[in-house]
Design a protein around this ligand. Structure first.
Ligand SMILES: C[S@@+](CC[C@H](N)C(=O)[O-])C[C@H]1O[C@@H](n2cnc3c(N)ncnc32)[C@H](O)[C@@H]1O
Length: 225
């Protein structure tokens, strides 16, 4: 039950995690709007790979939930998540497995995490066990081998972060989660806001950024029947 070893922060430069959260915030809000589950007042939520915890803080502000767990292998990022959570009903915990969390959660999310998980079959099984029957896992990633930017991105992730990237296609994820028992569907993220021009190396050509947030990023909807 050990899973991946913990790290200090995901980005080697810890300050880059604040910038990541700022960049992801509009995407989180768009994602929350497109999820059909709207009344979360009685629900328990999991955010897998939560980093500094911003997604759950946004979710609670938009759709207040009963309780939530955020989990991440980055210990300092989890410490920051705990420092920022105030009185929200959220527990942040360092790790990559979910021991003791059985049929606990109504909804699970992971935003840009599954491409970093080495044993994706094990991860699918962990989420399956952690979800209640009828629960749903939204797993979002544009970091797949169908992304035309993937060859350059996988080098950037290797250079700038403390994790190892995995090369899997959109179809690979569908197969893995279906084999774990989930009813699998997916959609393109279809972000409809203005996309900022950020020349930081990830999007050398701005046209790629426009396609990335509309077409390339995939939202898997994985239902435990
Ligand atoms: C690209 S960041 C995304 C963070 C956050 N979900 C967001 O939307 O900003 C990927 C996160 O996944 C975490 N991560 C990577 N592999 C993991 C694993 N095996 N178990 C748990 N967390 C993991 C990293 O530490 C990092 O915080």
């Amino acid at each position: 039950m050990n899973g991946a070893p913990t790290i200090s922060t995901w980005y080697i430069d810890p300050d880059a995690e604040d910038a990541m959260a700022d960049g992801h915030a509009p995407i989180w809000r768009h994602l929350i709007e497109l999820v059909p589950e709207r009344d979360l007042s009685g629900k328990a939520i999991l955010d897998f790979g939560c980093n500094q915890g911003g997604f759950l803080r946004h979710l609670h502000a938009m759709r207040p939930f009963r309780k939530a767990l955020g989990i991440d292998i980055a210990e300092q990022s989890i410490a920051r998540a705990n420092a920022l959570k105030g009185n929200l009903p959220i527990q942040y915990q360092a790790g990559s497995r979910l021991p003791g969390w059985n049929e606990e959660f109504d909804l699970a999310f992971s935003h840009e995490v599954i491409y970093l998980v080495a044993d994706i079959e094990e991860h699918a099984g962990d989420i399956w066990r952690a979800l209640k029957p009828g629960g749903t896992y939204y797993a979002i990633t544009g970091c797949h081998t169908d992304n035309p930017l993937w060859p350059s991105w996988r080098k950037l992730v290797a250079e700038r972060t403390n994790t190892v990237v995995q090369d899997r296609s959109i179809n690979d994820y569908a197969q893995v989660f279906a084999a774990a028992g989930f009813t699998v569907s997916a959609r393109r993220l279809g972000f409809d806001g203005f996309i900022p021009y950020v020349p930081d190396g990830w999007m050398p050509n701005f046209a790629d950024a426009l396609d990335y947030y509309t077409r390339t990023k995939i939202v898997y909807r994985l239902v435990k029947p």
